[in-house]
Design a protein around this ligand. Sequence first.
Ligand code: ZN
Length: 441
Amino acid sequence: MWDGNALIYIEYKVHAYNRNGLCAVGFMDDHYPVPSAFPLLNQMSVASDSPVHSSSSDDLAAAELDSASDASSDSSLPSEEEDDTEASNHEEVEIEEASSSKGECEHPGSFGNMCFVCGQKLEETGVSFRYIHKEMRLNQDEISRLRDSDMGFLQRQRKLYLVLDLDHTLLNSTILRDLKPQEEYSNSHTHSLQDVSGGSLFKMEFMHMMTKLRPFVHSFLKEASEMFVMYIYTMGDRPYARQMLLDPKGEYFGDRIISRDDGTVRHQKSLDVVLGQESAVLILDDTENAWPNHKDNLIVIERYHFFASSCRQFDHKYKSLSELKSDESEPDGALATVLKVLKQAHALFFENVDEDISDKDVRLMLKQVRKEILKGCKVVFSRVFPTKAKPEDHPLWKMTEDLGATCATEVDASVTHVVAMEMGTEKARWAVSEREEVCGA
Ligand SMILES: [Zn+2]
């Protein structure tokens, strides 16, 4: 498999079983099905729809099916013939006939309710990984085993996982009929869908939709992909069409596109369906509430509202960027800022090259990076909290402390920032007269 740097050979054990014309196949290497087996699994689904005999390497999967359907075969496939266009793509495949006589099968997972190791028919159990393959389920023990063994892969690649939200994080979309008259000009500024590279504004007539990519997103994805194995996780409709705008060659996300139908809990996002240890995953999303159980993994990004309809949807009173014919800054915008945080967290995680990473936790690294943001600041809050409540219990107070600042209730010479609901309060006036920074809450 070509990893961008070196040729590596990956050996797969393939468990295959055939019953009544239905075929279950499992690829069992150390860290299937992430990420190397993704394309193979998809070849499988194509091949099982139309098993065509051909010498092309793309039909490797079809060849496996043929072998698998011969119950008596227990042979190794010859190595794939070298393909001129993909000279780097060597995958040695070893077919192993599954047999329950080797001991009790633990049924690690299933395709179409059939265990992919022993072929036994199973009740619908475990977690569905339909974004990998619509029929695929894995049981909890198997998921844990995969996550554990995956740490070795991450260590070798010096990579972590990054789960990215799509809408309002990497891009913003609007329904065409919601465009305001002041935004109509954008119709003549859209980029061709035939070659999306270099463009940032796209009209997708077939979805009655216009999409604007966030400034800096191409550099962000390119640089982040060198540090992270990336997923998209979105609650929006038809994520694939929009993902195509960001990643036309599929080099960043491959098949790691999770949509709301793939999640395990309604209206929530969860790392259940991400095949990495939670201690190795960072999340970037504009909606904190979407991740009730993974707040420590989460970097909340400022919402990207390019279109007026997006502002309306969130009761955002200001004019949209498109109405103002403006946009976020490329070098200093939200994505550039987040990239710096990601780089710091990644660098801390892999600080000591030879150290075993299995006991490390990127959530602690993120906490450490956050602490740097307001380090040395002393913040006073003025009429931000209800008078009866203890100010130190307020989320804003806690967040400020998490960012490394000290919080106080009274102003003094050491205070660097005053956060005020209105400019008329005594503390805010003090701040203005002392030329300190005043922030609206
Ligand atoms: Zn089994």
